[in-house]
Write a protein that binds this ligand. Structure first.
Ligand code: IMP
Length: 421
């Protein structure tokens, strides 16, 4: 039995979809445990490209996809994704935690309104209702998956919640009238479509562990978007670090074997908030264009910068990462010089940790180490020794700095363009 965990070490979009797909080979279950359809995972199988936002990527390989209690679910998006997969010949096997919170129409409306209210201090959310849904969960005003299967319960909850939301709409000058009957009927309809999938997934997963099954946890977003340890308040609303996986599924931490940190060979971020190694020059354009750095969920261009090892070290420490999968190394092809940030300069002092104060983060100036670039990585490379010597030097430096071994080196989007180390 193995229980492995794959998480993003940066600001999300590290290429988790491909790595999860790779590790799914040996898994019986692939599990999402936090976030919602703010995530976007792209999986390329031959000529087919799948973009998933809420269904765990492993289902493409016929694995059982579990959506844990820590996830927030937009049922409409989930049903559409399931139908879309079916139309492409994949019948997804899915289990949804009865305790997962549901994104309601007012969450999406409030996400947009709260952002607008923040003006130039906005977070740059995906406007999928993620933050307002998690806020309600913590405030104990959430609708959970199980509630979609019981009209009486849902009706009672809506009677308590809707008048308060309607008052909040007034504060934000939102014109929408929340129609209880329409919401109730729509969400009970979603419940009818999903009821066979809604189960106590914590029991199922613990049973599976007992039976010696292989389980892969699929993190969404990345460490720097963690609500406690990321660039708060410019973060998402869930726990993206490894600890989130046990809270978001109801399994004990003692069951986890490997924690695989995914690290893109450079850095990107979507939305607002500081990004110390951000590039505004031709190198930044190179990374954005060659790396197709446009959001899977919102199509927004991603901000790009050099690899930041202060960030990745922070991630490794917080999540106890045991192996690193580096992605998109090929995107650095053709650059004359490649840089890695090894520490920051803050108010004249060198620091090697990520500060808590967002104003300090904004003032951090990266200290770089320069590396010679390389022309091109052959896509058929199957060993690290096939890579150009400059690329090997880049990898050796990272491994030495992090003191964590590489498990995978990804040199292209396809399944085959992956070097096992
Ligand atoms: P929210 O999760 O929609 O509330 O957005 C909060 C912040 O997290 C914004 O900066 C988003 O751009 C960012 N974010 C959320 N999900 C992802 C993701 O999957 N990849 C990258 N950034 C994300």
């Amino acid at each position: 039995m193995t229980v492995n965990l794959v998480i993003g070490t940066q600001w999300g979009d590290e290429g988790k979809g491909k790595v999860v797909d790779y590790y799914s080979k040996d898994a019986n279950y692939v599990v999402r445990y936090q976030g919602g359809n703010n995530a976007g995972h792209t999986i390329k199988v031959g000529k087919e490209v799948y973009k998933l936002h809420i269904v765990p990527s492993g289902v493409i390989q016929g694995k059982i996809g579990v959506i844990g209690n820590g996830v927030v679910i937009d049922p409409e998006v989930l049903i559409n994704e399931i139908e879309n997969l079916k139309s492409r010949g994949i019948i997804p096997k899915i289990m949804i935690s009865d305790r997962a919170n549901i994104i309601m129409p007012y969450h999406k409306i409030l996400d947009g309104a709260e952002e607008q209210n923040l003006g130039n201090k906005k977070i740059g959310t995906t406007k999928r209702g993620i933050g307002p849904c998690y806020s309600d969960k913590i405030a104990r005003k959430g609708i959970r998956a199980i509630d979609l299967t019981n009209k009486k319960t849902l009706s009672k909850k809506l009677d308590e919640i809707l008048p308060v939301k309607q008052k909040l709409f007034k504060v934000y000058k939102i014109e929408n009238k929340l129609d209880k009957k329409e919401i109730l009927d729509t969400y009970i309809g979603f419940g009818t479509s999903l009821k066979d999938f809604i189960v106590p997934t914590h029991i199922e997963l613990n049973k599976a562990i007992g039976l010696g099954k292989n389980i892969l946890f699929e993190g969404a977003q990345g460490t720097m978007l963690d609500v406690d340890f990321g660039t708060y308040p410019y973060t998402t609303s869930s726990h993206t670090i490894a600890g989130g996986s046990v809270i978001g599924t109801g399994i004990g931490p003692n069951h986890i074997n490997d924690i695989i940190g995914i690290m893109k060979a450079y850095t990107t971020r979507v939305g607002e908030g500081p990004l110390p190694t951000e590039l505004f020059d031709k190198n930044g354009k190179h990374l954005q264009q060659k790396g197709h750095e446009f959001g899977t969920t919102t199509s927004r261009p991603r901000r790009c910068g050099w690899l930041d090892l202060v960030v990745v070290r922070h991630s490794c420490l917080l999540s106890g990462i045991t192996k690193i999968a580096i992605t998109k190394l090929d995107v650095l092809d053709g650059l004359e010089t490649v840089k890695i940030c090894i520490k920051y300069k803050l108010n004249g002092k060198e620091i090697d940790y990520f500060p808590a104060n967002i104003e300090d983060v904004k003032n951090c100036k990266p200290v770089f180490k320069d590396f010679n670039g390389w022309k091109k990585i052959e896509r058929s490379s199957s060993k690290v020794s096939d890579l150009p010597k400059e690329a090997r030097k880049y990898l050796e430096f990272i491994e030495k700095e992090l003191k964590i071994p590489f498990a995978l080196v990804s040199i292209g989007p396809g399944r085959k363009e992956t070097i096992e180390v």
